[in-house]
Ligand binder design. Structure first.
Ligand code: BTN
Length: 303
């Protein structure tokens, strides 16, 4: 497209067009420039720029405001700060890397640069703190659907993990701001491993984690994956709003297929064992051992 045509379409000067193209080149875009013909886009950088994600976004609220960082302490931490300042519901933070990515139970979340998806979203649900927990299932359900769309066979692991071939491919972390008996906001953070390879991990993590690339041997462009994930997240958030948290639990239980399976769940000082009777309306796991049902609200599933 000729510089004149671009200038005309955008209603800006030729100099302004030239400056914009320079800026885009600094961001990693590449153009072929031919005298008399104009410019042709020949390469797009592998970055999660908001405008790249927006091309694949069909949501009405989630991700309509995207904050992008090359590097951040934790997308959850930044999103929490933005939510405290009053940002809109659906505001989303994405980063190429996290210096202090956090997981459940104070663990670290490995966040190599420009490989995966590190994303957090602000939700302002109308639900009491006591009933909020199953909201965290919307993220694992959304990740589940996104992974199916990417061509792998995921499995849900209680409470919030998604595995492929028994290795973790996605983890989610929900953090809340609560005032008296209302939830002011919830931040849902999702770490989805996309193009990470064994060489990006230490030996211990390499045994436990996987990515779309490792499973399929294909490289994935991250913006479309992010668009699909946000779309699924919005779909499940709407279902939660319309049909309530019980429906989230039902959907999660159905997808996870845990009912009737033997499970061991470790908490700090003990291990619960038993046959799963599914999850209750608050998302807690029900384990039956010797005829007694125990309600487990947190922990790591071992088997
Ligand atoms: C877990 O499985 O322990 C939860 C991991 C959650 C990781 C994501 S990455 C994006 C967001 N920002 C964080 O610091 N953590 C979550």
């Amino acid at each position: 497209m000729s510089g004149d045509l671009i200038a005309g379409k955008l209603g800006i000067s030729r100099t302004a067009v030239w400056k914009c193209l320079k800026q885009l080149e600094e961001l990693g875009y590449a153009f072929e420039k031919r005298k008399g013909t104009g410019y042709r886009l020949i390469a797009t950088p592998d970055r999660l720029y908001p405008w790249e994600i927006e091309r694949f976004l069909a949501t009405s609220s989630l991700g309509r405001e995207i904050v992008y960082r090359d590097s951040v302490d934790s997308t959850n931490a930044l999103t929490f700060r933005l939510a405290l300042e009053g940002c809109k519901e659906g505001t989303c933070v994405v980063a190429e890397s996290q210096l202090a990515g956090r997981g459940r139970l104070d663990r670290q979340w490995h966040s190599p640069y420009a490989k995966n998806l590190y994303l957090s979203v602000v939700l302002r649900p109308r639900v009491s703190p006591a009933r909020i927990y199953p909201l965290s299932f919307i993220s694992s359900l959304a990740a589940f659907d996104t992974l199916v769309a990417a061509g792998v066979a995921p499995r849900l692991k209680w409470p919030n993990d998604v595995l492929v071939n028994n290795r973790k491919i996605c983890g989610t972390l929900i953090e809340l701001s609560v005032e008296a008996d209302t939830v002011r906001f919830a931040v849902i953070g999702i770490g989805l491993n996309i193009n990470m390879e064994k060489s990006d991990m230490d030996a211990a993590l390499g045994e436990k984690a996987t990515s779309l690339l490792m499973e399929t041997k294909n490289f994935f462009e991250r913006p479309p994956v992010c668009g699909i994930l946000l779309g699924s997240l919005e779909k499940y958030y709407e279902i939660a709003g319309r049909q309530g948290m019980e429906e989230m639990c039902r959907l999660w239980e159905e997808r996870a297929g845990v009912k009737g399976t033997y499970m061991e769940i470790r908490q700090m000082d003990r291990v619960y064992r038993g046959i799963s009777e599914g999850i209750d309306r608050d998302g807690a796991m029900l384990l039956k051992e010797n005829g007694v049902v125990t309600r487990v609200i947190a922990g790591d599933v071992l088997v």
